[in-house]
Design a protein around this ligand. Sequence first.
Ligand code: MN
Length: 200
Amino acid sequence: MAYTLITLPYAYDALEPFIDKETMALHHGKHHQTYVNKLNEAVANHPDLQAKAPEDLVKNLNSIPESIRNAVRNHAGGVINHNFYWQIMKKDVPFGGQIADAINAKFGGFEKFKELFTNAATGVFGSGWAWLVSAGGNLEIIGTPNQDSPLTQGKTPLLTIDVWEHAYYLKYQNRRPEYIGAFFNVINWEQVNRNLLATK
Ligand code: MN
């Protein structure tokens, strides 16, 4: 079974004006599609791997044959990171639920969390992602380079921001901090809360 591009749970313009329609169309239709295609190419001669969810591939990178390990790391990572990113975005969802309690308890309030998450996202050198993860029941903010997934480190993603230039360059050009600031308007806290509950 070939891997396929997921359908977005909303229209390309649903996150306007914070994330523009053109960026969403290219990001999902071209960039994300390319990760799907290249993952299929990487595992073309490995039916045992094709049978696995891409999440399971990145959780067990050491079990992937060395000749395709890096391709799987990059492209399975690209597939699942984007699947996850689309799902944690929605406009006008208030900060609340158990995730809000957990963030407040861990980081000392939403503003402090926002500052730390922003710093992590700003501080990713080159292309990568910033994450809020659950690591053994403990919340952490981390960055990963390229398409590396926290799942490879045994950590469970709760929230992420894509800070590859393709995620923001059309609208924000080189102004990554402006994109990060706008991103806080499109966090789907209900989904982030579901992600937290699923770890329990
Ligand atoms: Mn991306």
